[in-house]
Design a protein around this ligand. Sequence first.
Ligand code: NOJ
Length: 733
Amino acid sequence: MREQELIKLLDDMSIMEKIGELNQIPGEYYKETMTATGENTTLNFPKELIKTIGSALNVSDPELIVKIQKEHIENHPHHIPMLFMLDIIHGLDTTFPIPLAQGCSFDPELVKTLSSAAAKEACVSGLHVTFSPMVDLCRDARWGRVMESSGEDTYLNSVMAKAAVEGYQGKDLTEEGTISSCVKHFAAYGAVEGGREYASVDISERNLREYYLPPYKAACDAGSGMLMTSFNTIGGIPSTANKHIMKDILRDEWNYDGVVITDYGSLSNMESHGISEKDDVLSEYAINATVDIEMCIGRYYQGLQKLINEGKISEKQIDDAVLRILKLKNRLGLFENPYRFANSEKAKEICRSKKMMETAYKAVNQTSVLLKNEDKSLPLKKDEKIAFIGPFLDSHDLLGGWPGNLKYRSEDKSVLDIIENDYPDNHYLFAKGCEMLGSEEPMLKRRKLPFEENQNARNEKIDKAIEVAQKADKVVMLLGEHPRVGGEITSKVDIRIPKIQQELFDAVSKVNENVIVVLFNHRPLDITEISGKAKSILDVWFPGSMGAKGIVDMLFGINSPTGRLSMSFPYGVGQEPIYYGLLPTDHSTQVSDTFVTGYIDCPLEPLYSFGEGLTYTDFEYSDFSLNKKTLAENETLTVSVNVKNIGQRDGYETVQLYFRDVFASVSRPTKQLIRFEKVFIKKGETKEVLFYLTTEDFKFYNFDMNYDYEPGEIKIFVGHDSRTNECKSIELM
Ligand code: NOJ
């Protein structure tokens, strides 16, 4: 449809039709068995609203979508099709590694590929919008939702945000295999106080703009069709009512013309924040902040009608919001093709196809991080006598939090299946060792999860594991967080592995000193004790549908782990929030050894820092150089470095470039990622890696809050990870 036709359509719509567009209905309305991602509030939806409702959440069955759409178009006075939305966080039917792990790939092409694969499954299943990517900057591992983002760094998050939007949306949203993205949660949800779920945020304007907002902007600039508000308040103002971030920044500064949706029930959330209990008051805040759709509660419907009747808002405000939604529907080609590519027969071919599974498999080693590899314990040699121990050994669920389709939670192969099928050998010994959780876990009260209650059974399992470990040359222990303790409502104050598993680890590591840990986790954990005792630690996060095959092939060296940490691991939970590149202080160890910043019982730096990760070969850096000593506006600085593969295998190295603005009108981070490049280097080969920078790259919010660079010294660091001290200076002119 041409824009003029859309405007004509808008002019023709009644006010009730318009308000219908601004509301979304939960899928449970159409089928009670639908997955609920919030309270079921379908009772708030009168028939007259449903007739003109603009969108639905959580319906993902293509046949049902076609049926609903057909009836809806028939009944709607202007036959306007609905939008169908769903949380597709790391794949729909095929599950890929969790987003935090995807961040570890340091490979935007991979993120694009995985998002595009997810879009293909979603599109054929009849869906139009995914509530992804989540690009909240995350620096506190207590927050359960860190698994949904790409971690602690602004630049990495921004690059990955763009890649995800491009992957979901393709070049043209009318094309088959595409869906609209919805970037979330605007804004700064990752900065919730103490990592507490649904908590508040208090953040300076500088911190917000400098570190938290750029990833959302990157997604908007990449053309994300939608954006979601966040549950949190910022400085006491709920995001959904926040005119400053929504109107001033998002709409006016960034010129974002896409659709803004609240988070699930955000208007009610504002009531809980103590703003008002009245639908109209809450709705007035939201519409004035240019919020277009209310997700699933139906309060906007009540509120907006009253506001219009009382003349408190203008019809133009409603029109602007409706037009944005109609434009998205048009961008998706829905007016010409209301069912788009929904096709249940084709869905059976595409979803979880061999090709999808291959894509999922290839992602596993690229997202896994080898944190430690003493004595080159990994890869395993086939003739070694190896014991595989741990509750993840026979687990069929390696999907982690928020898989697209819960139906497939326990359908995939386990690590044990893969070893027995693909590595048939008499040398291998197996013991489960323990269940994932013991009865003492406090979280069991909040989550209905299975656990070990019987002490005798617990002892017997550990004894069997000890027996097996004593006979082995090496022990591979598969340990970690429960696969359902990641994502929304999973914040924790204890970020160690469950106690029952720690007991198992302690018992096994007492009788065998060659322990290799394969770690399953949604967030950086406190693994300080494990790290002190294990020879190797391979962090596989939650690797998805092909996790087991990916892990076993990696352990035996068919593939090498090539991921780097997208979020730092703390020494202990008390060190959270922790991230690399803290702001400098006078009390640094260089200045004094008494009045130093940090703690007296823990180092300042994390246990494993951002960007760290090993692989099965080694690299040597040399000939680091800058092509000039000064850099003026419109000039380009070339940074070059040679990287040699000095190990015994071909491999990938992620070369990282950081900078520090030595003196500026405001305090600047001790180190900030500015570029990275993942390069494949053959054994014995040297590659020259080049980076190009301009003064644009050194802009920041200065003393007067202007975004600009300042003349003076910039230190450029190059190296393997954020701990690198290899640096050279350039003078900005
Ligand atoms: C609430 C979550 O915060 C959000 O991320 C999600 O997209 C919605 N529920 C819908 O499920």
